[in-house]
Design a protein around this ligand. Structure first.
Ligand SMILES: [Zn+2]
Ligand SMILES: [Zn+2]
Ligand SMILES: [Zn+2]
Ligand SMILES: [Zn+2]
Ligand SMILES: [Zn+2]
Length: 218
C-alpha cells in the first residue's frame, strides 16, 4: 500500500464531519479525506474517491494495480453499507471561513455549496473575490467596473464617469456620424463609378453598331 500517495487537499477533509464514524471504512486511503463519489476495488472492496483512483491510475508506479490489495484493479460500485454510513454524516460547509454556519447532510453538500450565499464570485472590475450575498451591492458601486455610455457606446471605468462629459459624449457622437457619412459617400461613389462604366460601355457598343452600319452602306 503506497501511503505516500496523498493529495495536497482532499475534497472533503475529516475535520468537516461533525459525527464521523467508522473512519476505517469511510476515509479514502489515497487522499486521507472522507470518501467522495466513492467506487471500490472488485477484489478487496477497498473504496476510493472517484477522482483519487482516477489520479492513481494515471500517476502511480504501476497504475494497473489496486492501491490496497495490489491485484489488477477492476472497479465496482462502493458497497451499500459504506454509502449508508456516509449518508448519516453531517458536514460543515466549505465556506465556513467566509461566514457560512450551515451544517448539511453529506448527500446535500454539493447542492448547498453550489448555492451557498457565502461562496465567492470574482468582481470583473477590481478582480476582488466577493461573497455572493454582497456581490450585487459591490458590483453596482465598484469604481473599477466598466460602464458603457448609452448615447455613444464609449466604455470607461465607473470612477471616470465624471470625465465623460456631455461635451465629450457629443464629440464622440459627431465623429461617429462623420464616419458614417464617409462610408455612405464611399458606397455612393462606388455606385456612381459603376454607372459611369456601364454608360461608357453602352456608348461604345452603340458606336460600334453605327460604324458597322456605315461600313455596310458604303
Ligand atoms: Zn480520496
Ligand atoms: Zn483491491
Ligand atoms: Zn454554506
Ligand atoms: Zn469590484
Ligand atoms: Zn457618451
Amino acid at each position: 500500500m503506497a501511503t505516500s500517495f496523498i493529495r495536497d487537499s482532499p475534497y472533503l477533509s475529516k475535520d468537516r464531519i461533525t459525527n464521523l464514524a467508522h473512519p476505517e471504512l469511510t476515509v479514502c486511503s489515497l487522499c486521507n479525506g472522507l470518501l467522495w463519489l466513492p467506487v471500490a476495488c472488485n477484489e478487496c472492496e477497498a473504496s476510493f474517491c472517484t477522482s483519487c483512483i482516477k489520479t492513481w491510475r494515471i500517476e502511480a508506479e504501476d497504475p494497473r494495480l489496486c492501491p490496497k490489495c495490489s491485484t489488477e484493479y477492476s472497479q465496482r460500485p462502493c458497497p451499500g453499507a459504506i454509502t449508508h454510513i456516509l449518508s448519516t454524516f453531517d458536514v460543515i460547509c466549505h465556506y465556513k471561513p467566509h461566514g457560512c454556519s450551515a451544517i448539511v447532510p453529506y448527500k446535500s453538500l454539493e447542492t448547498h455549496e453550489e448555492t451557498c450565499n457565502y461562496r465567492q464570485k470574482t468582481c470583473p472590475g477590481c478582480e476582488e473575490k466577493i461573497i455572493r450575498m454582497h456581490f450585487n451591492a459591490h458590483y453596482y458601486t465598484c469604481p473599477s467596473v466598466l460602464l458603457t455610455c448609452p448615447e455613444c457606446n464609449s466604455i470607461y471605468q465607473r470612477q471616470n464617469a465624471d470625465q465623460h462629459t456631455d461635451y465629450k459624449c457629443l464629440r464622440v457622437q459627431l465623429n461617429q456620424l462623420q464616419d458614417q457619412m464617409m462610408r455612405i459617400e464611399d458606397i455612393q461613389n462606388g455606385k456612381l463609378n459603376l454607372l459611369e462604366s456601364q454608360i461608357r460601355h453602352l456608348i461604345e457598343t452603340i458606336e460600334q453598331i453605327v460604324n458597322r452600319q456605315k461600313i455596310s452602306i458604303n
